[in-house]
Design a protein around this ligand. Structure first.
Ligand SMILES: C[S@@+](CC[C@H](N)C(=O)[O-])C[C@H]1O[C@@H](n2cnc3c(N)ncnc32)[C@H](O)[C@@H]1O
Length: 250
């Protein structure tokens, strides 16, 4: 682990990084299936109008599975994660893919204004009950975008009341709608993922969201909350005035 990065993390982030180090040390922790997620990432890229050569910051990239899928499509992704073990695993498995990986905390100000796209899937900072009211994380992610850039949010969930987890908060569609209602032009969907295989970018449409949510509620099958959040001038202005205030306070 890069000593500087580690020193800059607060103690809460350091202990989260240690917990993830333990999980990732045992091999591939999330056993993702390429046939299921490859079409999802392709559909996200198309829907967000990204092109070959577009730069992507994959925040909380874990062991790099999704970062690699962006690289396979000709984009230039950088995966960052607070877990040194995650980054070592990603570098080992995907070093030839064209993706880059580094230890990094998204709450440091290092990545500001540099990317065409910020992708955050399952980022732990969203695994909180305050998700629908707190905006600091999304604001920090949007600040990493170039003007005109696009944030893509992904979060595994399911809408069946019987499904419960000690460690993961299954956000509802309305939680996500409420959270992103503060961002002009943000669009929020829910997908069972299989639609992307059949429909490509058209999977992200409201009628399909409704059908997928109903299926998830009845059967308990999981899916992804997806949001496309453009960096609008309004949000950029809000970010920069908050940054100025922070700098003055330091
Ligand atoms: C549930 S995992 C998801 C990993 C990966 N995105 C995926 O979908 O498989 C959450 C990841 O967020 C990372 N993370 C948590 N806080 C972070 C922060 N402040 N900056 C960067 N990564 C963070 C964790 O280390 C962990 O790898």
């Amino acid at each position: 682990m890069d000593e500087m990065e580690w020193c800059e993390m607060d103690t809460e982030t350091q202990s989260l990084a240690r917990a993830y180090d333990e999980k990732y040390r045992l091999g591939q922790y999330f056993k993702y299936r390429g046939w299921l997620y490859r079409p999802v990432v392709k559909a996200l890229v198309k829907k967000a109008n990204l092109r070959a050569g577009s730069t992507v910051l994959d925040v909380g990239c874990g062991q790099g599975f999704f970062t690699r899928l962006f690289a396979d499509l000709g984009l230039k992704p950088v995966g960052i994660d607070i877990s040194g073990e995650a980054i070592r695993s990603a570098q080992r498995d995907y070093c030839t893919s064209g993706a880059r990986f580094e230890v990094g905390d998204i709450l440091s100000l290092k990545y500001q204004g540099a990317y065409d796209c910020v992708f955050a899937r399952g980022l732990s900072l969203y695994n909180t009950k305050e998700f629908n009211q707190r905006h600091d994380v999304t604001d920090a992610l949007l600040a990493c975008l170039k003007p005109g850039g696009m944030m893509i949010f992904g979060y595994h969930t399911n809408f069946c009341p019987r499904k419960k987890s000690e460690s993961w908060i299954y956000h509802s569609y309305s939680d996500a709608k409420r959270h992103f209602s503060s961002y002009p032009d943000a669009k929020v969907y829910f997908s069972l993922r299989i639609e992307a295989l059949l429909l490509g970018r058209y999977a992200f449409r409201f009628p399909f969201t409704r059908i997928a949510a109903l299926i998830s509620r009845i059967t308990g099958v999981g899916g992804e909350l997806i949001a496309f959040v453009p960096r609008s001038p309004l949000v950029a202005a809000r970010n920069s005035s908050e940054l100025d205030a922070n700098r003055q306070a330091q």
